[in-house]
Design a protein around this ligand. Sequence first.
Ligand SMILES: Cc1cc2nc3c(=O)[nH]c(=O)nc-3n(C[C@H](O)[C@H](O)[C@H](O)COP(=O)(O)OP(=O)(O)OC[C@H]3O[C@@H](n4cnc5c(N)ncnc54)[C@H](O)[C@@H]3O)c2cc1C
Length: 503
Amino acid sequence: MKKIVRFSRLLKLSIVVAIFIALGVPALHLVATAVHDQNSITAVATEHVDDASRLSSARVQEVWQIPAAPQAAEQQLIELLARAQREKLSVSIAGARHSMGGHTIAADGIVIDMLPFKAMKLSADGRVLTVQAGALWDEVIPFLNEHGRSVAIMQSDSSFSVGGSLSANVHGWQAKRAPIASSVKSLRLLIADGRILHCSREENPELFSLALGGYGLFGIILEAQLWTVANQWYQVERYSIPAAHLAKVMHKVVDGDASVEMAYGRLRVAEQSFLEDAILTVYRNADGITQPLPTLEPVSLDPLKRTVFRSSVGSDYGKRLRWNLESAFGEKIGASIVSRNQLLNSPVALYSNRQDEQTDILHEYFVPADQLAEFLKQMGQIIPQHGLDLLNVTLRDVRKDSDTFLRYADQNMIAVVMLFSQARTEAAEESMQQMTAELIDASLKAGGRYYLPYRPHASVEQFLQAYPQAAEFAALKLTYDPNELFSNQFYLRYLRPLQAPSQ
Ligand SMILES: Cc1cc2nc3c(=O)[nH]c(=O)nc-3n(C[C@H](O)[C@H](O)[C@H](O)COP(=O)(O)OP(=O)(O)OC[C@H]3O[C@@H](n4cnc5c(N)ncnc54)[C@H](O)[C@@H]3O)c2cc1C
């Protein structure tokens, strides 16, 4: 009898311990993360500007806010450029400043803050959006949603400006699509000599291809005409697969099905099975759903999703927890259908760092699909050697870009996007530089490219190898902007050295 009582006590205790391990440990981990997750980021020093890296700070003469009214803005901008030419000041252009290598900063120059310039209108048939370059996708999406339309190509988050997105030639989860330049009908561009030019594939086509993906070096994009697509219901489906099979499965599932509109892969980043497991999430056009599209929910910060993500910083337990939760439930628990606009309407604040001593740094590499497995293998060997904290890896389908001059997708590519947490110290910066150089070499060996809006850790030689058209791009810069009025840290680091010494 005693034995039975003891056994039943033991059983109860085991159940309590099991429940505590199953629910209490993760709950405690998440509560500790939430308590620690307070904003401690200090302001940029007076007369300085920085970007999303919080590692690019430089002193500038002036930050000039563009007026919202188009006539006033254009006239004053022309006068500003004339003054800068006279006073030999460099001009840089800033959108939401989510680039990470001083692309929006010309030291001791003038920074133009484009964000107030954000009017937009839609053509009568809804197919073409005319939008000023300072508008954020956060503002464009609700406007298009009112008209049953959606952005054709953009990043996986919505906190970016139209001008900054065009100037980096961004891409996102839109499957079977080339980068954003392919969705641009035309631009209005203010160039260094003060003229405003209409640029399209027919009119000023060279400037069109240089300004798209041109990092603000050929002029100020004032306004763009973008083709839109319909807002629709999407059916969500997830596949758990070995990472080594991802390219094959993506090809079969994405290419082989005309209803697939968006897709991305995510890799496991916990120590065990590091980069070996993948989840492919696919969004299929759900034409059969007859219920009306939902009202666009205001951008919310979903505290649980944020906490689960931030709990993975510096914690292998947190990385496993996040992977297990997302494998079991997906990123949005319970959501099997979603509207395209709701999916696109997602701010970076949902997961971005709030600690002063750390920063989140992105990397991105583009490799041909048949090289993906080998590139992932190389990543698996390179990353652990440098002691940096890899938080996230997503993979996207990016098709050949036939529109921009300085293009990264010169053939169909799989994009590998990585997010690291980095200490803001010289030692961490040095490790990041070494690791980036090795990852770039691995991507080049795979016949791939690296993405330009992030930290300036590539050597000039690596830049030239990845972008063989760069010397011609630099020469054309001087044709359109002989005094190098438009400048930034990216230009000075990678393109200025390519100019002839007499310049
Ligand atoms: C958290 C995060 C997630 C990201 N996700 C993605 C992604 O999914 N896909 C992707 O492709 N990229 C992604 N990026 C990179 C991002 O899309 C680019 O850095 C983009 O340029 C950011 O837009 P922005 O408005 O912040 O541009 P900014 O950083 O303000 O500017 C970028 C460049 O554009 C130039 N520029 C800005 N406005 C104009 C204008 N009106 N005329 C001419 N030049 C201008 C600037 O001078 C600068 O060279 C991500 C970045 C971060 C930080």
